[in-house]
Every structure is written in structure tokens, then in C-alpha cells.
Design a protein around this ligand. Sequence first.
Ligand SMILES: [Zn+2]
Length: 343
Amino acid sequence: MRPFHNYQELLKAVEARGHRTRVLGYAPDRSPIVAVKVGGTKKPAIFISAGSHATEQAGVTAAVELMDRLQTEHEVYIVPVRDPIGLNGYRYALSLSLGQEPSIRSVGEAEALLRERGEVLLDKDDTLLVVLGEYGYSNRVLYNRFPKGDPILDPLRGRRVFFPSRAEDQEGAAPLERAYTLVVSLEGEVLHLNRFHDTPWAPSEVRCARLLMAEIQPGLTLDLHEHGGDAYWMSARHQRNDEDEKWEQEMAGEAVRAVTDSGSRIVDESYSPGSFFRKLQPGVFWLEAAVRGEGLNLVDYAAHTYGPAFTVETGMRLPFEERAQTSMRVAQAAIRVFGQRYA
Ligand SMILES: [Zn+2]
């Protein structure tokens, strides 16, 4: 398994596998956000999503592979990419404002281009932020860099800000290979495409997922992500009732077992993903969205509204094949337990 070069290649691969895509809506560049339905006819349905953070490509490849590999009687809806623009890369993101892809070869060349063509909002301490066309562009991550409502961000409220992947050693996120999409909220907070799931104003990609979930009422939601480390972990959410929470824990336990049985590592005992997580069992953490702030992400929202839901986090420092395999194993294990619940 390998990362997709661009979104067009992914759509062709899905089609070549004989799957029909359903267009849920369009990203601002007119890329379709698609869902593929697989599995059986039994309800509740299962929802699998990936690619809201474009640097995290193992989940995207796994989502496409799962279209052919899942064995379940339940309906499964897979949205393999929630950010097609990001998948297409930083040059592509720039083309939305420049009219064509610039022939830049490095982040340094991108910075020179941004200073020349953009309206510079900030150029200080290695951070460059410009407005160009309808979008913001930066040279690095701005998440957690500005207080909410910082006047520097005023021209970008309601707009996306793209920054380039810049990892030398992570397959699928080489320099400029992806554009990570940030979204500045109407209140001037730097968020990203895995937020806004509970807000009336939301980017179109988010609304596509929200509308699909409202239609299928998923009994299990899996969102495939990656983190910067070299071991596996996942986040769960508190459930609306004891029965859901019991099955949530069983699915998580089985998922972690599938990872360790395969020979891959889960994060060690001392690991914590952040202050708003609480450890549930080895490799599994409750995420407390109310403590984190920023509104609800897809999995927060799914747990809040529909039922058991997990964010899957493979380690981007591992070989791509292992990351994608781990993502698939986790989904398959959780879905196996889900099937037992409704047997
Ligand atoms: Zn992510």
C-alpha cells in the first residue's frame, strides 16, 4: 500500500475497484466529496472517514482498501477523503489563488513566492502569513499560535489557511506534497477541517459529513488519523448510555489487541496525547471535548449524537505500509465486535 499522489488518482482507483461513488457535495475548488457504500444491508450503519488532515495519508489509503476488505452484514459508508484540496498538495492549494500551479521546489521557494504575490499579514520569527485571492497561506502550522480574535487574523475570518507539509522522513507528507488546511472561524479562532461539526457555520467538507451522518445514523463511527509518533493509540468518547459505553470499551479493547497481535506497538504506559485526555485502557484515551474547547470534531459529534465513535491514530514515523495495515486492523476488529453486538 502507498499514499495516493493526488485526489484524481484516488477517485480513479476507487472506480477501478468497481465501486460507485456518491457525491455528497463539493469542496471550494469543486472537488467532489464522495462516499462509497459497502457491506450488507443491516442497520445500524457504520461510518468510516479519513483525510480531514491531509498530512495523515495512511488512513486515506486504508479507507480505500477497506472498501474491498470489510466483511460485515452492516451497511458501511466510507468517505475516504475529507480534504481533497489538502491531498492535492501545497502547489495545488496555491493554484486556487494564482490560476496555475507554481513551479516551486521547496518551502523556501514557497515563502519567496508568498512574499512577492501575497498581502503579508505576518512575517516574524520564522512564521509567514499572507492573504492571496480568497485564501490565506502560511509557511508553517498556526494552530495554537494566536489568541482567539487576534486582529492579525481579521482578514482571514471564515477563510481557509493552507500550510505545506514539510516532513523529510514521513512517507505521504514530504515537503509540499500536501497542504494542511486550517480554517479561521468567524470568531477569529484558528481551527481546521476536523472541527465545526456542531456549528451552524461550517466549511462545506464538514457539512457533507454531517449530512451523511444525519441520513445514515451511524451506530459506529471511525475516523482515521495519524500522529507524529511511532506507536498506536486511539481516542474514545463517553457515551450517552451504559450499554453504548460497554460496547465502546469492548471495541477499543479488541482494536488494541489486533494491533499488538500484529506485532505493532501501542504507546507506552507513560504516554499522554494531551491534557484533555484521560486514560481508559492501554492505548485508549477518553477525549473530553468540553475540556479541550474548539467545538466538536467528527467523532465528538458522532458520539454526542449517534453512538460509539473512535479516532484512530497511527504513528507517522513508522513505514507507510505498517501504518495503513494498523488502521485497517483496527477498523476490522471494531467492526467484528460491532457485529457481535447486533447478532
Ligand atoms: Zn488528524
